[in-house]
Design a protein around this ligand. Structure first.
Ligand SMILES: *[C@@H]1O[C@H](CO)[C@@H](O)[C@H](O)[C@H]1NC(C)=O
Ligand SMILES: *[C@@H]1O[C@H](CO)[C@@H](O)[C@H](O)[C@H]1NC(C)=O
Ligand SMILES: *[C@@H]1O[C@H](CO)[C@@H](O)[C@H](O)[C@H]1NC(C)=O
Ligand SMILES: *[C@@H]1O[C@H](CO)[C@@H](O)[C@H](O)[C@H]1NC(C)=O
Ligand SMILES: *[C@@H]1O[C@H](CO)[C@@H](O)[C@H](O)[C@H]1NC(C)=O
Length: 770
């Protein structure tokens, strides 16, 4: 009885407040939060008007017949709430706006021309009509987080989640209808290939695919010619409920909801894009990871990290220690903290494959810029903080190494034990209070013992190596004269001087000693500073400087010895050819090395002489860049205009000839030329070939234009798409205009296939050149 009365009362109230149901809304009509008025659809299901929001009101569309307030669209969702005394008006001039008492006006709908009427349609679409009943604007075209039956999401529109169920401002996640035909979910902060967390896999469906929902609750994709190419729910669902909507919820999951239209009932979930609430990338902030607690996601910090804001854990974590590994004092040592079973996404500046776990830690140790390493399946990724997009993966064996300072040497032992305990505690916390817990403790205890021993051994090894590598050794001339047996064993001659083979450390270490000629750096301090800058670079793909000599007029550099010679030997001597995969790996190695010089090391280094002769091969087949940092010794101010042309003919960028400032983009150019050489295994300029092939870059371009890339790699099986990718990158790198060339970071992403490569433009110099 009470229910009926309530129902009647509600019905009466509703009709009293509502505007005429056959709702063509004419100019001059208005609504106000004051009298709780709204415009209803003819069916009475949808309402358009003010609803309470925050400490004021929002304008939106909601289900009026369903008790649980369900807003499906919000105008100006990121604007502040409206105050009580505003008016929503379809003005006599034909615009839909909110007017404040002070006369301020905010447009709710921007139409191409002025409207003569509006209507809340039964579909939930609010529309503005022109005088001849054309639709000028519709809410269906500017969705927020929901689509309704009959509404379609077209390229490149997206739904963006709300901050929370009650705060309808833009949240953290989106689902976008991409031009390639794929429907994809990303975090708003990083719409990048590697951060997507769900997709329909329809990336070959062509342009113009749309996402649709019909009145039977079918959620599907249509291609441009109207074919149903995919029904999205991956399992059959019961259809035929009266009411549907599809919403990307605040937690990042895209859900199809149904409702029985029984007013007091709740929405039921018919389908979700994901069953694991930690799936949405970016649910937890920097340095933190998502873990499920009774099915609900929770953000946690690794040990030694604290929440940035305890009250808002989703903001992420910050480390509660500080080390500057690049200026570690001698009494301080570095240590690692190790976490198992976490995955992170995002940029590693270097990844090494086929490597053992301990070597991975070593690599991070050796590189003072490395703050964390992730090791999984013999792949080692070196990263700088912050770590991003972390989550706990129960099945994952990935190991996260975090570099920390272990304090003064005296306290090291004690610290050690504490650390191991930390790890054990974390593992327990992460394992959850289940049976696996007991198993883990048992296994952990066993592992723990052997671990500690192994760990200490490694630490000693790395510490010794660091003593040798981080502090540059200064040699006297006589020492190096002895080391090289009076400079007899010449192994190379470069732009900066002659290189000799030598032996240091009482015959234990073979080194390459470069005797510099033509150095202009004034005085000892300049030279020493340059040496320090070079000595501070630590990267897998750079030849390591071990020491130097500044003795009278003598300037010598001592480098690690690379017994396999230079890349030029491999490329241009037919008996040493490297296969296609190997060459691709070398290109990436070099790109990473240059990227490090340009962007990762303390003071930017422009190489100025990138060419195969300056790429050395180590015994594991890694390519390492040599001779970096030396250009500066020969020219005092590297960022200004150079007076004479450095670098090597065939590789130098056009700006060298034009007396323009030399930037990192000059290296990008040389890299591009060298990339062509590596692909084709021939020099950039060759005389004894047909005339149109003499200049490699021109020939590559011609082949690219004619779609005949296979000519470049005759007698070799290569993947066409990969070859095309490489060539496109090279063409971009060798653009005349320095600003058109990509940065090395972009180059790496393009080489890896992480980003799309636009078609390279016509190269002007190639057109005009003889
Ligand atoms: C609500 O207030 C607006 C603006 O003051 C007015 O135009 C409208 O007629 C009112 N509606 C009702 C149902 O009272
Ligand atoms: C749409 O799909 C159909 C069937 O797969 C196909 O024949 C048609 O070419 C597609 N249309 C477009 C524009 O890709
Ligand atoms: C509405 O749903 C509730 C719960 O499902 C049920 O108890 C009630 O009888 C339903 N009312 C009508 C009118 O169907
Ligand atoms: C609807 O949801 C509310 C809150 O989640 C819950 O308390 C209530 O029991 C649900 N009603 C039905 C009929 O499931
Ligand atoms: C850092 O966090 C650890 C726990 O993870 C705690 O024991 C230590 O006291 C913290 N140090 C500082 C300086 O807050």
């Amino acid at each position: 009885m009470a229910f009926v009365i309530l129902f009647l009362l509600r019905f009466i109230l509703t009709t009293a407040k509502a505007q005429p149901r056959n709702s063509i809304i004419g100019p001059g009509s208005s609504l106000s939060p004051n009298n709780n008025s709204y415009w209803l659809s003819e069916s009475g299901q949808f309402a358009f008007g003010f609803y309470p929001y925050g400490n004021g009101f929002s304008v939106g569309i909601w289900f009026e017949k369903i008790q649980q307030k369900t807003v499906v669209w919000t105008a100006n969702r990121d604007g502040p709430p409206f105050s009580k005394d505003v008016t929503l008006l379809l003005s006599t001039e034909g615009s839909l706006l909110v007017q404040s008492k002070q006369g301020q006006m905010i447009n709710i709908a921007i139409a191409s021309q002025l409207a003569s009427s509006a209507s809340m349609l039964n579909s939930g679409n609010f529309v503005l009509f022109s005088s001849n009943s054309e639709i000028l604007w519709q809410s269906f075209d500017t969705p927020t987080d929901t689509i309704l039956p009959g509404q379609r999401l077209v390229v490149p529109n997206k739904l963006v989640s709300s901050v929370s169920e009650t705060n309808h401002a833009s949240g953290k996640f989106l689902i976008i209808m991409q031009g390639d035909g794929n429907l994809v979910q990303y975090p708003v902060e990083a719409v990048e290939t590697e951060t997507f967390y769900w997709n329909t896999g329809t990336y070959n469906a062509g342009a113009g695919v749309t996402l649709n929902l019909d009145s039977n609750g079918l959620l599907y994709l249509l291609n441009a010619t109207g074919f149903n190419i995919k029904i999205i729910p991956d399992k059959s669902i019961v259809l035929g409920k009266p009411i549907y909507r599809a919403t990307i919820d605040a937690d990042g999951i895209f859900r199809l909801y149904s409702h029985s239209s029984n007013q007091s009932g709740n929405w039921s979930i018919e389908w979700s894009s994901s069953d694991n609430k930690c799936d949405p990338t970016g649910l937890c902030g920097v340095n933190s990871y998502c873990t499920l607690m009774n099915g609900d996601p929770e953000c946690q910090c690794p040990s030694r990290f604290d929440f940035i804001n305890q009250g808002q854990k989703e903001l992420g974590c910050q480390k509660n220690y500080s080390i500057d590994a690049c200026s570690v004092k001698s009494e301080q040592t570095l240590d690692f903290y190790e976490l198992i079973g976490l995955s992170w996404k995002g940029d590693s500046y270097l990844s090494l494959s086929s490597i053992a776990k301990n070597s991975c830690r070593d690599e991070c140790f050796r590189d003072c810029y490395c703050e964390a390493a992730i090791y999984e399946n013999q792949l080692c990724k070196l990263l700088k903080l912050p770590l991003r997009f972390g989550r706990r993966e129960l099945s994952s064996q990935a190991i996260t190494f975090l570099k920390i300072g272990a304090g003064p040497a005296g306290g090291r032992k004690r610290k050690h034990r504490k650390l191991r305990l930390d790890i054990l505690i974390t593992s327990i916390a992460m394992a959850g209070m289940t049976l696996t817990f007991l198993v883990l403790v048992a296994v952990g205890a066993l592992k723990y013992r052997s671990h500690v021993r192994e760990y200490e051994r490694i630490l000693n090894v790395v510490n010794n190596r660091v003593a040798e590598d981080v502090t540059l050794r200064s040699f006297t001339f006589d020492e190096l004269k002895d080391a090289t047996n009076n400079f007899v064993d010449e192994i190379g001659k470069g732009a900066y001087g002659t290189v000799f083979r030598g032996v240091i450390s009482n015959g234990k270490r073979i080194v390459a000693i470069k005797r510099l000629e033509k150095v202009v750096a004034e005085g000892e301090r300049d030279f020493r500073n340059e040496m320090k800058a070079i000595g501070k670079t630590h990267h897998k793909n750079l030849v390591q400087l071990l020491g130097y000599c500044h003795d009278g007029t003598n300037r010598l550099l001592v480098y690690e010895y690379m017994k396999n010679g230079s890349l030029a030997d491999f490329l241009f001597r037919s008996n040493l050819k490297i296969n296609w995969e190997g060459r691709i790996a070398i290109i990436l190695n070099i790109a990473r090395g240059i990227f490090y010089l340009h962007e990762e090391c303390e003071s930017q280094i422009i190489h100025c002489d990138i060419k195969p002769e300056n790429i050395l091969m180590d015994d594991k087949g890694y390519a390492k860049i040599a001779d970096f940092g030396l250009a500066k010794l020969l020219m005092p101010n590297q960022t200004k205009t150079y007076t004479g042309i450095r670098g090597t003919r065939g590789y130098v960028a056009p700006e060298w000839h034009q007396n323009l400032p030399i930037t990192v983009k000059a290296d990008v150019y040389s890299f591009g030329i060298m990339l062509f050489e590596i692909i084709c295994c021939r020099r950039s300029v060759e005389a004894d070939v047909p005339e149109n092939e003499a200049v490699l870059a021109h020939w590559v371009y011609d082949c690219f234009k004619a779609d005949e890339l296979e000519k470049l790699v005759q007698n070799e099986e290569v993947e066409k798409s990969k070859l095309e990718r490489m060539v496109k990158v090279g063409l971009w790198c060798t653009q005349d205009e320095p600003s058109s060339r990509p940065t090395m970071k972009k180059v790496i992403l393009m080489l890896e296939g992480t980003v799309n490569i636009p078609e390279p433009p016509l190269l002007s110099s190639f057109v005009s050149s003889p």
